[in-house]
Design a protein around this ligand. Structure first.
Ligand code: MG
Length: 509
């Protein structure tokens, strides 16, 4: 990530050897660290081992020790960068969390509990997930890729799962009662909001209050229809808000602590039979299924996803751009000699393209410029989603980039009930250090072939598969650098990889 932050690079030269204070310039190095620099807790490394692992020449691959176990026998491996920053700025965390109903929150009426227990086959009871009615549990895996310092990534790796837990607290009763749609207001009696009759019942009752039920002229009915919100959307909303809260906490606490830079965040939550992947940045997941070949998700790059929103913000609040950037999009950079000529352009509210006469303002630098991995917001940063970066400015200017960076993740849902998974069906999570040099197909083939050769009963096989992927992306040191297959350049970035076997989702759901 660091190479993508132009202004950070300017500080990087002075900051790279500054140790864990990183290159954060605005907080000042006098502030204490919120958390010291560490490697993932689950690796169980001693301080000596952490120091040995930070060898930018040998780049040893760290793996989960055989004595350590992660939920679902998840595999993990990582390697430090080839010298672009002192520390490995990737971070990872993996937890099993229990969400206890928030104290003081009104319980679902007792009759709903009775109803749950009387449902055929225990439907609605999530007791296999949560032995206590007053809580739910979820599995959590996360990767954070820091830039301009390790601070934000370390803080997020320590705290984001607690924000998710906090956001889910209000939902415990609702999620434990999956046969009933969530009430629009908390505390509503679910009897009147059952799946099949909710909209009609409410509309009818409101009509009854205004006039005779079934009255031929009830034009106001349309105002009382409600969207049916599935449980899944509540969990997505909880994840989105947890990311926002995490970002706000970093913003608040950066005046008290040295929380340097920013980070991308890739979070996977398994809850009630479904996997939720929340992604803010350019780390990514790849689902590898034997049942139907591999099923890749499109490259997640915030630049594409939230392009329109950025442009719209720039249009509505042009002062945020200083006088340096234009919110209009052109197929290429406009040159001065093209003033007065007609050129294709697109505004934030357009899907298609049209021609306009080039004016002086169009010569400004585009808010978002470049394609794919080379695209940059304000010529500075390569992602438009992430946490932190509250002090990041356009190089050599006073223009803050944060208004154009969103902390809200894109969330995808995988229903694990969809397939009966085998032991070789996995979800691979990795930072861009992997995806920058290996194609989806290469990753899929490597993992599939590797697992096929392993003892199916060896729980360590997923860590060995993760190690194999890191090895393939790092490559081997040859004369002038790291090389991978076909003599391509290996990744000089930090690389972190989880391999999560999906069969455990079937067992638990
Ligand atoms: Mg990276």
């Amino acid at each position: 990530m660091l190479t993508r932050v132009k202004s950070a690079v300017a500080n990087f030269m002075g900051g790279i050897m500054a140790g864990s204070s990183g290159s954060d310039h605005s907080n000042g190095s006098d502030l204490p660290m919120k958390f010291p620099y560490v490697r993932p807790e689950f690796l169980g490394l001693s301080q000596d081992e952490i120091e040995c692992s930070a060898d930018h020449i040998a780049r040893p691959i760290l793996i989960l020790k055989e004595t350590k176990r992660l939920p679902w026998s998840t595999g993990y491996a990582e390697v430090i960068n080839a010298g672009k920053s002192t520390h490995n700025e990737d971070q990872a965390s993996c937890e099993v969390m229990f969400v206890k109903k928030k104290a003081g929150v009104q319980s679902t009426p007792s009759k709903s509990s009775k109803r749950r227990s009387s449902l055929p086959n225990g439907e609605g009871l999530q007791l296999r997930d949560s032995p206590e009615v007053d809580g739910i549990s979820f599995q959590y895996w996360a990767l954070f890729d820091g830039h301009a310092g390790a601070g934000a990534a370390v803080v997020a790796s320590k705290l984001l799962h607690h924000h998710i837990t906090d956001q889910l607290q209000d939902l415990v009763d609702i999620l434990n009662n999956s046969a009933v749609l969530p009430p629009t207001c908390l505390g509503e009696d679910p009897e009147t909001t059952s799946t099949n009759s909710r909209t009609l019942t409410r509309a009818a009752s409101l009509r009854g209050a205004a006039g005779a039920p079934g009255s031929p002229s009830t034009p106001q009915t349309r105002f009382f229809t409600e969207k049916k919100i599935p449980h899944e959307c509540l969990i997505i909303g909880a994840l989105e808000n947890a990311f926002k809260e995490m970002d706000l906490q970093i913003e608040r606490e950066r005046s008290t602590y040295n929380i340097s830079g920013g980070c991308t965040s890739l979070v996977v939550v398994y809850l009630q039979g479904k996997i939720y992947v929340a992604n803010a940045g350019d780390s990514r997941e790849l689902q590898i299924l034997n049942v139907s070949g591999y099923n890749s998700c499109s490259l997640h790059n915030g630049l594409n996803c939230s392009h329109t929103i950025k442009m719209q913000l720039a249009f509505l609040q042009p002062h945020l751009l200083g006088n340096e950037f234009t919110h209009l999009e052109f197929p290429r950079r406009v040159q001065r000699k093209e003033l007065g000529k007609m050129m294709l352009y697109r505004d934030f509210n357009m899907t298609g393209w049209a021609y306009k006469t080039i004016e002086e303002d169009d010569l400004k630098f585009p808010l978002i410029y470049g394609e794919g991995k080379k695209a940059r917001v304000m010529a500075t940063i390569g992602v438009t989603r992430g946490l932190g970066d509250h002090d990041l400015k356009v190089h050599d200017s006073n223009i803050y980039i944060k208004p154009f960076l969103s902390s809200v993740p894109e969330v995808r849902v995988y229903d694990l009930q969809q397939y009966e998974h085998s032991a070789d069906d996995v979800l691979v999570l990795a930072t861009d250090g992997l995806w920058d040099v290996l194609l989806n197909e290469e990753v899929s083939e490597a993992v599939t072939n590797f697992l096929a050769c392993c003892d199916p009963d060896d729980p360590h096989r997923y860590t060995l598969a993760a190690q194999d992927l890191v090895m393939r992306a790092r490559g081997v040191l040859k004369d002038r650098g790291w090389r991978i297959s076909n003599d391509r350049l290996g990744s000089g970035d930090d690389i972190s990889v989880y391999v999560i076997p999906l069969i455990h989702g079937n067992k638990q759901s």
